[in-house]
Design a binder for this molecule. Structure first.
Ligand code: BDR
Ligand code: CA
Length: 311
């Protein structure tokens, strides 16, 4: 299995990303770190502990990281994920604790101790990852690649041009895309293909486990937010797409491109400028996701929920 650290801001789709990583045999989940984004750090950390508790993810350290972006104030995604960041289901008191170590230091320690290079999967703003690369530059040689959810070739979902994770901390994203490490960007172009349709929810229902029912509740809340805010018929499960790319690269087709993060645009700050057609004389610094094998994606997600639910 691929050794992975997930850096997340749960978040409904982050929750499913954690379950996919923990429940799929192709992934060895080494650590879970949290960042402010969909909600405050306090809430995203509580939510990570809640998800670990209900999904039986034990023995994986959870550590809280940065409470605010590198430069600008935090802007949370409460309109999409609710006041708690994980509105919808009722969660039991979490039995999984966070470790008393900063996420960035935990990442550094886990990376240095692991015998082989590790894949980072950021599914929130890139603050922790940027800080890791800045504070512990020797981490770079322990990172195999960074497969992130964020950005967009086309439209944004927070401003006309910017996707949420990049928009929350553009300076951090700029550091990550400029790091020289192999980066795969799973942006809205591909995550909007991962729709939790009624058929998907029915498949989850049929698993007939408490965890599967909780996932349906999460998706139902997420779906109502997406219907209200964007008129979507079904909600896009963004973050698990990045995990799926790690599990089986064939699930997510990518193209090579230069990706620049716009930091100064009057209307476009936080946009990822993806040079698909190579207009600019800039080197390729990323693989950019363009297509999702929808069927195989859902097969893996549902299988992971099934595995965790039966434990
Ligand atoms: C991203 O922002 C958050 O709402 C989701 O968790 C996802 O990581 C989508 O733009
Ligand atoms: Ca997220």
């Amino acid at each position: 299995p691929v050794p992975v650290i997930i850096d997340c801001d749960p978040g409904h789709d982050d929750a499913l990303a954690l379950m996919l990583a923990a429940g799929d045999p192709a992934v060895d989940l080494l650590a879970i770190t949290t960042v402010a984004g969909n909600q405050t750090l306090e809430k995203t950390t509580l939510n990570a502990r809640r998800v670990c508790t209900v999904a039986g993810i034990t023995g994986v350290p959870v550590a809280a990281g940065c409470a605010r972006p590198l430069v600008q104030p935090l802007r949370v995604g409460g309109d999409v994920h609710g006041e708690s960041g994980l509105d919808g289901p009722r969660f039991p008191e979490p039995a999984v604790e966070a470790v008393p170590e900063h996420a960035v230091d935990l990442m550094h320690r886990v990376l240095s101790a692991h015998p082989e290079p590790v894949t980072l999967v950021p599914t929130g703003p890139l603050t922790n990852v940027a800080l890791l690369l800045t504070r512990h530059p020797d981490s770079a040689r322990h990172i195999r690649e960074i497969v992130l959810m964020g950005g967009s070739i086309g439209l944004g979902n927070t401003t006309p041009a910017a996707e949420f994770n990049i928009h929350v901390d553009p300076e951090a994203a700029d550091i990550v895309f400029g790091s020289g490490l192999p980066v795969t960007m799973c942006g809205l172009d591909v995550t909007h293909q991962a729709l939790a349709t009624a058929e998907v929810l029915a498949r989850l229902e049929r698993l007939d486990t408490r965890l599967a029912r909780l996932c349906v509740e999460l998706m139902t809340y997420f779906g109502s937010a997406y219907r209200r805010l964007w008129g979507f018929a079904a909600p896009p499960l963004h973050d698990p797409v990045a995990v799926a790319r790690v599990i089986d690269p064939d699930i997510v087709r990518c193209v090579e491109a230069n990706v620049a993060v716009e930091l100064h645009g009057r209307y476009t700050r936080g946009a990822t400028v993806v040079d698909v057609h190579k207009y600019l004389d800039r080197p390729v610094n990323a693989l950019v996701a363009v297509d999702l094998d929808v069927e195989r994606f859902w097969d893996r997600v549902i299988a992971a929920v099934e595995t965790l639910g039966r434990r």
